[in-house]
Design a protein around this ligand. Structure first.
Ligand SMILES: Cc1ncc(COP(=O)(O)O)c(C=O)c1O
Length: 384
């Protein structure tokens, strides 16, 4: 893929009536918020969907799609999830967020505590609080080298009622790709406190620097206590065709999660199965082109902020297309998102990622360089 088609995207191309990203805010606002990319899907996916449509849209067979399972098994093995069993290792879901909710329901009881490291993708918090469990926040710490796990904060957050650790790897919103050392220490922490672990690894294919390590690959006994959530929608930009999967070395955990969602999840749609299969059949060229473009945009954001808005604190993400901006030194706090909207820019308000993050904002840079440039120019205008 060359960069020309991505560079050529304009707001007029992107604003269509069915796009949540582009219709939530008035025309004229640049929407760099929800985590969709502005890029078209891979041609191989479009071809597969067109072919599938030519064969009608009855129920997709319900006993699990063998080619999809075989390809997913192989892909996860390639990423380091070796020794997954042949049976009972996967349960398909209508998306990863339903998996977060079902895992909380399956692995904890009302009144239990659940620990997670903030700032965090907001459905982590709602999956806990909506279901009558209590969030124990362990804030990350920011160092000169970027966001790091605060081990003392984890120790302080865990209680005798804590049953579950919810991990985001790579991490939304900071873009950290947790290292094998960090994950091993987290596994030690989970073992010490007898915690279950749910690790949302939806952004793994969007690793820009360094090496992604699955949490369940770092310590053999902990993988028996871990559910990994994954799906195609971030790397392949297919969120409108919801599908995801819960995976574990421990089939009993998968059965528990399936029971927790029984009757509520529906079954994966024919088009979503076709789409994921096609994504897994891709040879990597399309994704490599997207990652190259994202790296360029990430570096462009970093350069722009360093030169024009040095008061904005920012550590370049190692994965994802999300930039987590600390705007507090510009004099802003609660209400930052509304302030930016008045300047024609829609970002996610930091406060939704944890109460302590008022004055932060999350910017989605998966758009054309021209739109990104205009968005950053509006940010500068809004903050100076
Ligand atoms: C970490 C993470 N998990 C889950 C989701 C949503 O997944 P789904 O649309 O499959 O429910 C997102 C979307 O941005 C995400 O960033």
């Amino acid at each position: 893929m060359t960069h020309a088609p991505l560079d050529a995207l304009t707001p007029d191309d992107l604003r269509h009536a069915d796009s949540y990203k582009w219709t939530k805010y008035p025309e004229g606002v640049l929407p760099l918020w929800v985590a969709d990319m502005d890029f078209p899907v891979a041609p191989g996916i479009t071809r597969a969907l067109t072919e599938r449509l030519s064969r009608g849209l009855g129920y997709h067979q319900l006993h699990g799609d063998a080619p999809l399972m075989a390809r997913l098994h192989a892909k996860l093995r390639g990423q380091g999830l070796t020794d997954l069993p042949d049976e009972g290792w996967v349960h398909f879901l209508p998306g990863v967020v339903p998996g977060l909710y079902a895992a909380v329901r399956a692995l904890t009881s009302a009144g239990d505590d659940v620990i997670t490291m903030t700032p965090i993708y907001p459905p982590f918090l709602s999956a806990i609080t909506d279901q009558g469990r209590t969030v124990r926040e362990a804030p990350l710490q920011v160092t000169a080298d970027g966001w790091r796990i605060d081990w003392a904060a984890l120790d302080a957050a865990v209680t005798p009622a804590t049953r579950l650790l919810m991990l985001c790897n790579p991490h939304n919103p900071t873009g950290r790709v947790w290292t094998a050392d960090e994950l091993t220490r987290l596994a030690d922490f989970a073992a010490q406190h007898r915690l279950w672990v749910v690790t949302d690894e939806l952004h793994a294919d969007l690793t820009l620097d360094g090496t992604f390590t699955p949490f369940a690959a770092v310590r053999d006994d902990l993988r028996e206590r871990t559910i990994t959530l994954t799906g195609p929608c971030k790397a392949y930009n297919t969120a409108g065709l919801g599908i995801g999967a819960a995976v574990s070395h421990n089939p009993a955990l998968i059965a528990r999660l399936a029971r927790a969602g029984q009757g509520l999840m529906g079954h994966p749609s024919a088009l979503s199965v076709t789409m994921w299969r096609a994504a897994l059949e891709e040879d990597g060229t399309w994704l490599a082109g997207v990652l190259a473009y994202l790296r360029g945009n990430r570096d462009f954001v970093a350069d722009f902020l360093r030169e024009r808005l040095p008061q904005v604190h920012f550590h370049a993400p190692e994965a994802t297309y999300l930039a987590w901006l600390d705007l507090r030194a510009t004099g802003h706090g609660a209400g930052i998102a509304e302030h930016l909207l008045a300047y024609g820019l829609a970002l996610n308000d930091g406060a939704t990622f944890g109460a302590a993050y008022a004055g932060y904002a999350r910017l989605n840079f998966a758009t054309s360089r021209a739109i990104l440039t205009e968005a950053l120019t509006r940010l500068e205008r809004a903050l100076t």
